[in-house]
Design a protein around this ligand. Sequence first.
Ligand code: F6R
Length: 251
Amino acid sequence: MKLIQVQDYQEMSQKAAEIVIEKIKENPQIQLGLATGGTPEGFYNRLIADHKENHTSYKQVKSFNLDEYIGLSSTNPNSYHYYMADTFFNHIDINQEDTNLPNGTAENIQEECSRYDEMIDKMGGIDLQILGIGQNGHIGFNEPGTSFASKTQVVDLAQSTIEANARYFDSIDEVPTQAVTMGIASIMKSKEIVLLVSGVAKAKALKQLIDGELTEEFPASILKKHHNVTIIADQEALSEYASKSDSTLRG
Ligand code: F6R
């Protein structure tokens, strides 16, 4: 894993956007894996600004999101379908039909999980996956204890995840307790991964990712086994980790 240390949230967002814009230039048909949540908002804002100023085009780009809440339809403002449209897709020139998220309201949710993995495989896989990390080390919504071999699946959200995400809902009782998420093995198939980590709330998780052991109790630890992971972390997130220079971390 490669670690890029930046000052703050703005610099993290800028750096991530630069990487993605560069990749789109190299490959206008790139297949992007995308995340939701607070962490990538600044990153999406910068991609939108660049699209407006420099006309970087997403016309041939395809996207695949990590996860969606069970039971929330795309018109629900708390759904990740809505988040992606509102935060990113509606502001760039990507074709709606080239954007993919798991359907959390599918009648047969198991079938939906297999469909999602098969579709990604059939389309040639994800070239570049953007990830955030939960305070408990989750990636996607793969909570501690998830098998490293997991494919797209239905998961029960950890209480800490429900509490962390309650900020987006009117009350904690409205936060769905289940989600459909790309599995760990599905995420690991991505050719390249960029993990964004910002804020003091993530400091313990980042230290554990860098210094801790490989264990299903800390899902993000699997990233040590991927051959092309870049972590972009700001000073607050790095506050529990002491190294001063950018580095390649042990696998
Ligand atoms: C979002 C996702 C999650 C988040 C993580 C961090 O699609 O899969 O793993 O990346 O929960 O969320 P924030 O960025 O809100 O701290």
